[in-house]
Every structure is written in C-alpha cells, then in structure tokens.
Design a protein around this ligand. Sequence first.
Ligand code: ZN
Length: 495
Amino acid sequence: MTLTIDEMAAFCKRKAIVFPSCEIYGSMSGFFDLGPYGVEIANNIKQSWWKFFVLDREDVVGIDGSAVNSKILWEASGHVQNFADIMVHCTKCKEKYRADVLVEDVLKLHTEGMNAEQLDAQIRKNNIKCTKCDSVLGAAAPFNMMFETYAGIKSPESLCYLRPETAQLIFANFRLVYDSARMKLPFGIAQIGKAFRNEIAPRNFLFRAREFEQMEIEYFIHPDMESECPCINEVIHDTLNIFSEAHQKNSAKPESMSVKEILLKKVMLPWHAYWMCMMLRWFTSLGAKSERFRCRQHVKEELSHYAKDTWDLEYEFPFGWKELQGMANRRDFDLKQHMQFSGKDLCLFDEKKKEKFIPYVVCEPSQGVGRAMLVFLFDAYEYDHKRENVVLKLSPKLAPFKAAVFPLLSNRPELVEKARQVFDSLKASLRVFFDDSGSIGRRYARQDEIGTPFCITVDFQTLQDGTVTVRNRDSTVQERILAIDLKSKLLKGLV
Ligand SMILES: [Zn+2]
C-alpha cells in the first residue's frame, strides 16, 4: 500500500517531524515548521549533502548568501520581469487558481510552456468554472511570485525582495570567490539556504511550499570545455533512467542507459551526465530507491529563457513523476546580465589565448531540502504487519537518533542506573535517546516509527557480565555485546 501525500503529512505531524506552521493560529498554507525529529533529519540531509558535494571535493567551495536582496539583483536575473505564475480568479467568490494547475486538473492536459493567452483559451473553450462555486472565471494574468519587503523605512526606493532562489547570490559573488578563495576553472560554488516563492496554490505538503530551503551548486567552466568533462570516467559505468525529448514526443517509455551509451548516442552533454550520476549516487547512498528516479529532458516549449538544455531529475511521488531538481545549462547568461546591470567586469583572463572570456555555467545541480526529505521518507516508510507498527527504514546517517537505550524494567533502580551509565557513555559521540516508560514492545515500536536503527537494552545479565542486547530495527535480530564495545561498534556501523 502506498501512502498518499496527505497521509505522509499526517504521519509527519504525529511523529514530530513536520508541523503546519503556527498551527495554534490556524497556520498559513505553504509554510511548515520542523519538529524535534524533523529538524534532525533535515540537518542530517544538509550535512550529508555538504560533505558529499563540498567537503569531499577539491573543486567546490561554499558560500552562505543573504536572503534579502536589493531590487536590482532580481532585475538583472530576469525575475522581476519573468518570475510569474499565471493566475485566474473566480468573479464571484474570488477564489484564486494557478491557471496551469487548474487546466491540468480538469482537462488532464500537459500545460508546460503555455502562456496566459493559451491557458485562457483552454479555460474559455472548455468552459472551465470555479471549482468552489461554479461561477465564471476572470481573465488569466501573470502574477509575480517574489515576496516584497523593505530595507529601512517603507518607500519605493527601499523595496527589496526575499530571494526566490539561491543561485543569484552565487553569480553575484562569483568574482569575489574566484579572487579571494583563489579558485581555478572548472569549479563550483555551493550554497544551502532559504528561498521564498509566493505560490498561488501551494500544495502537496513539502513539495510546493512558499518558504523552502535549497541546496545548490553552480558549476563554472571555460566555454571551450562545454563538451569535455574531465571527471566523466568516474561515472562511466553508472546507469541512468533516460526520458529524453524524443522519448516523450514518441510516447516511448524511459530507457535505462549506461553513461557510456548516453555519450555515444549524444543524448546528454558529458557534464550533465556526470552531475546527474553524482546526484543519484548521493540519493541512493542515503537509502533512496534508484528505480523511482528518472532523468527527463525539457521539451523545447518548456525551456527557461536562459537555458540551452535542461534535464530534471524526477522522482515517482504518490501524486506522479515530479521534478526533484532541475539541471540547466545556463552558459554565460547570468554573469553577462550581472555585468550589464552592475557595470562590473566579471570576465576572467585566458593566459594561453591572451584574451578575456565569460565563464559558462554548464550545470546547476540544485534541489530543495524538503523534496529530498520527502523522497527519503517515502522510500523509508513501511508498515510492518507482524509488528503492527510503522518501521521508518531511514539510512542511519539520516535517522534523528542513532540508538535508543532502555532499562528492561523501569521499576528496578539498579537497571535504570546502569542504563543511564550506558546512555551517558554514548551521548557525547552519538545522538541517543533514553526511554524507560511503557513496555519494551512499545518502546521498540516508538523507535521503529522514527527510524532509530538500534535499540540497546540493559537487563539483569548486564549487571553480571557487562553485556547488553542490541536490536536491529530492520531485522529485529538481537545480539549481545559488551557495553564497553558499543561506542566503537555503533560508530563503525553508522558513520
Ligand atoms: Zn467561485
């Protein structure tokens, strides 16, 4: 049985993972608060991403840009002019709809790339009405999705924006990073941070929220290197599930292809193939199921204004295949724009050719923390009929607690005291949970549900020979080991 997105939201609320924001005041749609266990999972996701893509690589460095930016940054990026959804509203009850979502829902039609006129035409032709009160809808019109705010006293001059994406801060800092951190091409700049989009119709829980966190890399190369990726051999035997423009136009199924084959058939540029593989490796290294991923090429009509070629890494959610991360080849679009708007020279100098050039961004592997969290939760969630509880089979790297420690009986002070000692010996090196309430079965179930990989029980034998039982979450197999060996054994199995 697959869980729906609403059931997942209910599970997350019950298990202290994600709450609707400020629920006591009725909560605002599209905003969420992480609970005590959710904040641990999200932190683990971010730390693991940062280690995999920044700390373990020589060619990527990080920044952490400001979330409030001056208007000109977003004029340069094109967001002030273009970052809009098409909206329609009911002429009677004033309900607002995202026109593409409404048309897709009602007509089961693909609306990617349709503009306001085309969506409006679909609404008129098919006589689509307000789904709440069945009245006529007004004309479809663009609605800019950036949140506005003011730095200082409110005035037209002090207008600024909450960033709708993290990428532009990377472009704006490109030259400073290059000079001050002494980078050499090719190199990437990574960033994890909040972004804000005033979605007309946020839905599907964390999938489309108004405030979310992005993990992003902009990867810069010399323009001559667009078709040459020096690290491609690292992934040459990896396979990707390819859903190209040709597959989509011929209504063909996605095809599993090795990177070697992908390059031979010129399906994808080597840089795209490389970064797709790295992204997929990161997901699967943390327990995600590779068969639920595919790489879908944007068809011509849906390409962004800046992109030459874009591929999305998609995941099969209960509500369909959806984008996890977009990978656009933006070339020099952004740096050129920022040069023009700032008047600053962001060019680099080619020593061999003795000429200036603007670096290309060949790939921008970016994704949301919330979407990644949904992937890991969906792939980890299992209802165990024998145990009669949910077992959240999260990778130990992502689990909020690495282990839980219990005294077998809570009314025996000698067991409680010994269990406390075991807990204290672990808590400095691992995030552990202490629980002495309820039956052992209930305590196991509670830990299963939040994904704790190991449960350690102190019993009467512990008092005699210093051994404890360690129960494995997934197999329920129990093993007796010396309490003094716990730390090294757990650390070995977890990190
Ligand atoms: Zn209405």
